[in-house]
Design a protein. Structure first.
Length: 150
């Protein structure tokens, strides 16, 4: 069964490794008007990274989520847990390069894809997919910040 699963994976993902996402590690912030998004990722260890995110508006936290990127049985997933009442939802890695990672779950309402890209200025995160039959995307251009600064 495992051999069959490996045959079904795109060739580009056979070398995929969550430990190669160390460029995401650290603290990041994105400011858009009165709204600030803070995100923090641990260094990958043993094929796993842990992250957390919060959205702040007018000095009040209005949203938070906990994230996990991990390798299990050769498959890399990104699993966010929004707040404390919603169940975690897994997104499977569909693309990984030295500067970009893309996760997808076509069965999820929105988003269906979660992307992270290393940029010259920092880190670009993006969520995208279809909502009510219409393609939508939300970009989060982030700058590195000191973890103790926020």
């Amino acid at each position: 069964m495992r051999k069959l699963l490996l045959l079904l994976l795109p060739a580009a993902l056979l070398g995929a490794d969550a430990n190669q996402l160390d460029w995401m590690a650290g603290c990041w912030t994105s400011q858009g008007g009165p709204v600030r998004v803070d995100e923090q990722w641990s260094l990958p260890v043993g094929g796993m990274m842990l992250g957390l995110s919060r959205t702040v508006k007018q000095d009040k936290a209005v949203f938070h989520e906990f994230m996990r990127i991990e390798t299990k049985q050769g498959v890399i997933t990104y699993t966010p847990r929004i707040g404390s009442s919603q169940a975690p939802v897994a997104f499977t890695l569909i693309k990984q390069s030295g500067d970009e990672v893309v996760f997808e779950n076509l069965a999820h309402d929105f988003p269906q894809r979660i992307l992270y890209r290393r940029t010259a200025d920092g880190l670009a995160a993006r969520i995208e997919g279809s909502r009510n039959g219409k393609e939508q995307a939300v970009d989060f251009p982030m700058q590195r910040t000191r973890c103790e600064a926020r």
